[in-house]
Design a protein around this ligand. Sequence first.
Ligand SMILES: *Cc1c(COP(=O)(O)O)cnc(C)c1O
Length: 429
Amino acid sequence: MKYYSTKGQAKPANFRQAIFKGLPEDNGLYMPEQIPVLSPAFFAELGNLSLPQIGFEIMKPFIGKEIPDKALSELVEDTLNFDIPLKQLTEETYALELFHGPTFAFKDVGARFLARSLSYFSKQSDHKLTVLVATSGDTGSAVAQGFYDVANIEVVILYPSGKISHFQEQQMTTLGNNITALEVNGTFDDCQKLVKQAFLDGELQSRKNLTSANSINIARMLPQSIYYFYGMGQLPPEKWKDVVISVPSGNYGNLTAGLIAQRMGLPIGHFLACSNINDTVPEYLETATYRPRPSKQTISNAMDVGDPSNFHRILDLFKGSHAAMSDHISGYSYTDEETRAAINKVAQENDYVLDPHGAVGYLGLSTYLDIHSGTGIFLETAHPYKFKDVVEEQIDHSLNTVVSFEDQEKKSIPFSSEYEDFKEFLLES
Ligand SMILES: *Cc1c(COP(=O)(O)O)cnc(C)c1O
């Protein structure tokens, strides 16, 4: 499979080139040249296939011969070593729980797949690879856990000292092994500057094999299509008519992956793009005007994005047509008050605990199902425990602890925000 850039200026890349580069040089986003349609036999069997079996069938056409079948099958099995169950809330409403991976959010799927793909190709050339990540919290923990103990890869995470949550810090500093956390005396912007400068440093580039684990990497987005198939497979066949899937969205990678699953033949009737007050995409769907703007802080903070990168992939899928896009997707946005009220209501009425992101998806779905018939699935993108404080205010019990880092030692290296120190560290490590 070849991947082209949405900006059309860069040369097409194969899978390996696209994942090592992350971004094409024209600053567009990679997209697959074809979207394969799966066979009727595959859909007839869908309900009987395991998550890794589905994963293999979905990823194979996108990778072609670049990873042989046996290695790809092992890679997918190792990536998807946790379940993604579909839970029923009401007669017509289901939650697809994407949060059973090591960092309790759906980003585990993409981060783990990318890590194992990079490792596969590094082993072929026997080049040790160093992954650099600057993080303000969540990306670092997903990447750290995703790359933990993966052969031939060293990960260096830079995070601003004292500016991330305890939970996030524990998730990336207690691993050790091939994960090094630099606790930078500075801000997130300082961390990002150090990483950017390292990628522009010719001398460093010639001596180290550096890459990033950017969230718009094709190997992070494409595997997210897998769970749309797995989710539908868990739905009784008589409910396959008029399925609507609600996607709580920030950078719109998850929704892009759903649209790709639909193009591959999965019979999803309609999509809902649900946002918090950062409603750039719902507004576009309503008005046909794309108005990027600075993000505003909310309780569903992983969706605080004012200019979502993957919007350009979605636009590309619909060849730039607003009419075609709004035929397939409806947009909704909600305030923090509405989100809190939804957590409260669903806990009381359905005995189900939403996290603030899933609550936004739930809200869009219930608005839609009030006036349309069909079966609705909303994506539950994070475990409620990750947002314990907000969630516990709305429910009448405390949440069970899902993970405890109490007895694990924090291993971080206090670090300055000077580039020369960072370069020396990289060259010596
Ligand atoms: C990243 C994230 C989102 C947003 O997903 P996108 O693919 O960026 O739209 C939603 N919920 C949670 C919990 C996330 O971590």
